[in-house]
Write a protein that binds this ligand. Structure first.
Ligand SMILES: [Zn+2]
Length: 383
């Protein structure tokens, strides 16, 4: 990540660059900004800048050996700690960020404005609250206690220290007296939820939210086909939260409900030739679109679950209401959970670059099994 790919934030960028240029990098610093503000993006660009071997015009060069590694978040002297849940097959107390680096790297590359909700979805943590545990704290201390590998510097980025419990007190000594050329950067959004003992030992740099113009330009550059009017409204509604703007804009620009209904119907029918045609059609849309479809499917399941429990249709569009009412014949809360989990797995696999055709076919079969399970289900044909 380079500073130039972050819209706006001139003041913050200048402050961070000056620290490095004048050799006055604080040993412990908190980048503090509201959700959807570019604090994580700035921290990543700042880390790249510190580690770059050929800094140019106030930015990392982007091409030196060091930049190539740090821009893939694989630099051996750049450590990360962030909230996680237990990894499959491991106890929570044995799991750390290390176990989730393969998900962290693509998540951050795709969306450096990542918030805890998007991250929770990414790692399948809708039901469990991610956190930063004791073992993670011990790992951080260990990592920073070692010699650096390639750079004169060692960097530790702690994303969302709000999710550190009292365990955070273990870090105090490390924050207060880090070894030479060791810098700890905390990326936070809610000062009140961070241990006071930590705050008092850090320099705080406030990060302002993005302006409407910056948000619009950023989203347009990544999604050039987006409808301008929808984008303008999404930005206006999101109040400087770039993540929210992106979700609103993408979520409202395409209605995937027909696509979702046809997927469920074909999976239920288990007609492999028709399923194959459907997958081919979806596959031609490209990975990004498949991703958005899966995100839509997940958000639809959440809304559907809400509807099942409350019979309140106000959060559903007209076409969604129709589907939801039909779906009650075949999908109860237990199935909703299994289906939502399946969509989540499908999304994670697509993001991990699993072949979409294979992934979609496997998931379609599973989806069919879930929908058909139990005896008393009415046919989906009459939906
Ligand atoms: Zn460089």
């Amino acid at each position: 990540m380079q500073f130039l790919s972050i819209p706006g934030q001139a003041k913050e960028k200048k402050q961070l660059v000056t620290q490095v240029n004048q050799d006055r990098i604080p040993h412990a610093q908190i980048l503090l900004g509201r959700p959807g503000s570019p604090k994580l993006a700035l921290a990543l660009a700042y880390a790249c800048y510190i580690l770059c071997q050929d800094r140019k015009d106030g930015d990392a060069c982007g091409v030196c050996k060091s930049c190539l590694k740090s821009m893939q978040y694989k630099h051996p002297d750049l450590h990360f700690a962030f909230p996680v849940i237990s990894k499959e097959g491991k106890k929570r107390e044995d799991t750390t960020s290390q176990d989730f680096l393969d998900q962290w790297r693509p998540a951050v590359s795709e969306n450096p404005y990542l918030d805890i909700h998007a991250w929770s979805q990414y790692i399948g943590a809708e039901k469990t609250q991610p956190n930063i545990n004791t073992r993670e704290c011990n790992e951080m201390i260990k990592q920073l206690g070692m010699r650096s590998f390639e750079s004169p510097y060692k960097l530790l980025l702690i994303w969302l220290p709000e999710y550190l419990g009292k365990e955070g007190n273990r870090l105090l000594k490390m924050i207060e007296e880090p070894t030479d050329n060791t810098f700890i950067i905390l990326i936070a959004e809610n000062q009140e939820r961070i241990l006071n003992t930590i705050i008092s030992r850090c320099q705080i740099t406030k990060v302002s939210p993005v302006s409407d113009i910056q948000a619009t330009e950023y989203i347009k550059a990544r999604h050039p086909n987006i409808d301008s009017e929808i984008l303008a409204q999404a930005v206006q509604m999101s109040d400087g939260d770039l993540n929210k703007a992106l979700n609103i804009a993408l979520g409202s620009s395409v209605d995937y409900s027909d696509l979702l209904l046809s997927w469920m119907r074909l999976s239920y029918k288990r007609d492999f030739s028709e399923l194959n045609d459907w997958i081919t059609m979806l596959n031609t849309k490209g990975r990004e679109d498949i991703k958005h479809f899966m995100e839509y499917a997940m958000s639809f399941m959440r809304e559907y679950a809400f509807y099942l429990q409350t019979e309140d249709v106000s959060r559903l569009s007209d076409s969604q209401q129709l589907i939801a009412k039909n779906m009650t014949k075949i999908m109860d809360m237990i199935k909703v959970e299994s289906v939502a989990k399946l969509f989540q797995e499908c999304l994670s696999e697509i993001m991990r670059n699993v072949n979409p055709r294979i992934c979609l076919m496997a998931k379609s079969i599973e989806l069919g099994d879930i929908l058909r399970s139990k005896d008393q289900v009415k046919s989906l044909y009459d939906m």
